[in-house]
Design a protein around this ligand. Structure first.
Ligand SMILES: Nc1ncnc2c1ncn2[C@@H]1O[C@H](COP(=O)(O)OP(=O)(O)OP(=O)(O)O)[C@@H](O)[C@H]1O
Ligand SMILES: [Mg+2]
Length: 281
């Protein structure tokens, strides 16, 4: 049996109002325990590709060609119930701007606990204990305190940790992080990236990491896809794509990145994660 957890073939996504194809001929492979990076300029189709994978495309957008398989199951014919059974439990995601995914008037603990009660059928006491365990797993410093807090009392980095806790609560195989660290400052960004790598190892997750930042991709990913104008223009191992990019656009991305301080990021990151360096070994 193949160790592929996510396979996309010849994907085309069309805006049904304008008839414009937004993404076409996209192929993607994620193998168990691997990290796949997707990079590319704004509007190149990264988010809608993974929204199609998660079955949460905006209403005007439609898959008009191709196939998506999660753990060998074709999702294009999924019913609403199939998606309910799959999202969160098999495949999960975190996005930029974590605050907007949480209810500002409900305490953090209760929001994560609800997911466990509804989807796993845990009792109130079991769900509370499991939520505290998850908060610890994502290195929230004081799980008991965070459990009682509201969104406005937490920093962006802490909110993203709560969201990651919620995303892994049901033990998914695949976690997708779409610009999950973009809004955070560099040090916090490095800490969240460390956390993703740690969770990958410990919980046996496979990751898709979407980022504008080539430094993120360089540190985290086994394979990389480069997207432009709705197409994958280059793909390969991170090593191959970043060291000897074949496509002119990838070369440009890397050149620009060097100009704006890849080394600076690496220096900062090395500082922030020196204690956890072993996770990259
Ligand atoms: N809800 C929507 N309705 C119509 N078109 C959309 C919608 N969401 C995205 N698009 C279009 O789909 C294309 C790809 O957008 P997408 O958000 O996937 O880009 P992206 O690569 O994620 O960009 P960014 O790096 O800025 O997040 C763009 O042309 C965008 O205008
Ligand atoms: Mg996007």
């Amino acid at each position: 049996m193949s160790d592929s957890v996510l396979t996309v073939r010849d994907l085309e996504i069309t805006n049904t109002v304008t008839g414009a194809p937004l993404v076409h001929r996209v192929d993607l492979d994620l193998r168990r325990g691997q990290v796949l990076g997707i990079v590319g300029e704004s509007g190149s189709g990264k988010t809608i590709t993974i929204r199609a994978v998660l079955g949460i495309l905006p209403h005007v957008l439609e898959i008009t060609r191709g196939s998506i398989e999660i753990l060998g199951r074709a999702t294009t014919s999924f019913s609403a119930q199939d998606w309910i059974d799959t999202r969160g439990t098999v495949i999960s995601a975190v996005f930029q701007d974590p605050g907007s995914y949480l209810n500002p008037s409900i305490r953090m603990g209760k929001q994560v606990q609800e997911v466990l009660r509804v989807k796993k059928g845990l009792s109130r006491a079991e769900a509370r204990a499991e939520t505290l365990r998850l908060f610890e797993a994502v290195h929230l410093r004081d799980p008991e305190l965070v459990y009682q807090q509201y969104t406005h009392e937490l920093s962006g980095g802490m909110l993203q940790r709560v969201l990651i806790a919620a995303a892994i609560a049901l033990g998914p195989e695949v976690l997708i992080a779409d610009e999950a660290t973009t809004a955070l400052d560099v040090t916090v960004q490095a800490e969240i990236l460390d956390l993703l790598v740690e969770l990958k190892e410990r919980e046996g997750l496979s990751l898709v990491v979407i980022s504008h930042d080539l430094a993120v991709v360089a540190q985290l990913c086994d394979d990389v896809l480069v997207m432009r104008d709705g197409e994958v223009i280059e793909h390969g191992t991170a090593e191959a794509v970043l060291r000897s990019p074949q496509h002119e656009y990838t070369q440009l991305l890397i050149a620009e990145h060097e100009r704006y301080g890849l080394d600076y990021f690496f220096a900062k990151h090395a500082l922030a994660s020196s204690r956890k360096v072993a996770t990259y070994a």
